[in-house]
Write a protein that binds this ligand. Sequence first.
Ligand code: F6R
Length: 366
Amino acid sequence: EKGGYDHFMLKEIHEQPQAISDTYRGRLLADKGIIKMGSVDNNIAKFLNAKRIIVVACGTSWHAGLVGEYLLEDLARIPVEVEYASEFRYRNPIINKGDIVIAISQSGETADTLAAIKLAKSKGAFVFGICNVVGSSIARETDSGAYTHAGPEIGVASTKAFTTQITLLALMALKLGNLNGELSNSKFHDYLQKMSMIPGKIEQLLNINSEIEKIAAIYKDAPNCLYLGRGYNFPVALEGALKLKEISYIHAEGYPAAEMKHGPIALIDESMPVVVIATKKGHYDKVVSNIQEIKSRNGKIIAIVTEGDTIVKEIADHVIEIPETEEAFTPLLTTIPLQLLSYHIAVMRGCNVDQPRNLAKSVTVE
Ligand code: F6R
């Protein structure tokens, strides 16, 4: 049942190339230069006239929503707010006519997300669901939506659900950006080609598993760990930290890299590993200065860099290379080594990777 892997989580990490292809099968028609999404096409006027999109979700799905904010604002120029469903539902939120609410949920059963959807509907919003589990409560409660088609996710820690949610959000952002004139046809076609290459690049990345295992062995006993990223990779830093804390029980925090000097830098000493996402284009020079600041305080750097990087390689303690792609798609690649790092650290610490203590796969109570 685990397909030869020791844990469902490892199996599901390795399924990501297939899962992402399944997400865009029949939707991303790169050669024809079109994105077909029935549920978006059927509601296209609502999407193109939307003054604002509000994303509601919890946990890892909320992190995917944050990546969605960068995608939809950058590529389609639609204002986006991303809300914790649990805060949104109790805040007497302002929902205007013409707002679209996107609810993201792997299980489709998360109580807070479901309640946020009901509230939004009662205020007249159009609610679009991004779910993995077919026929789930959220899939039924939303006005329309799209399935990620990631296949069953058994490990409690969400992996392929996250990357397939991002894939769907990217397809929506590209489609809307092209239709509303923000994204030229040539740029759009270029993105489609690059998107179709993502599964192959993840396949390539998965080959560095043993390299990551070596890094895991060095830091498995760290009491704390910091994750930093900027722009598109800020949410990936949050997700990397969440993955580490939930399965290895190491205290970890994710931060936007530039916020470091507003507090967390005080934590840095020789016993503090800092995972930094420092891919090319994504405010690279600024992230390099953050890395220098950490090194000068003797922190240990594990850097995620773009293939062929030379500058960070000189200063970081460890580098993990990801293949080149569009900046907007880098979260789909930078996430992979962070999932593997948490997985190996948790295994080395003897933790129950697939069923971490105190956690449930679907949180059906608030
Ligand atoms: C983290 C994790 C949780 C879920 C959250 C939302 O790995 O699994 O944070 O992401 O409980 O669940 P869904 O997506 O089912 O609504």
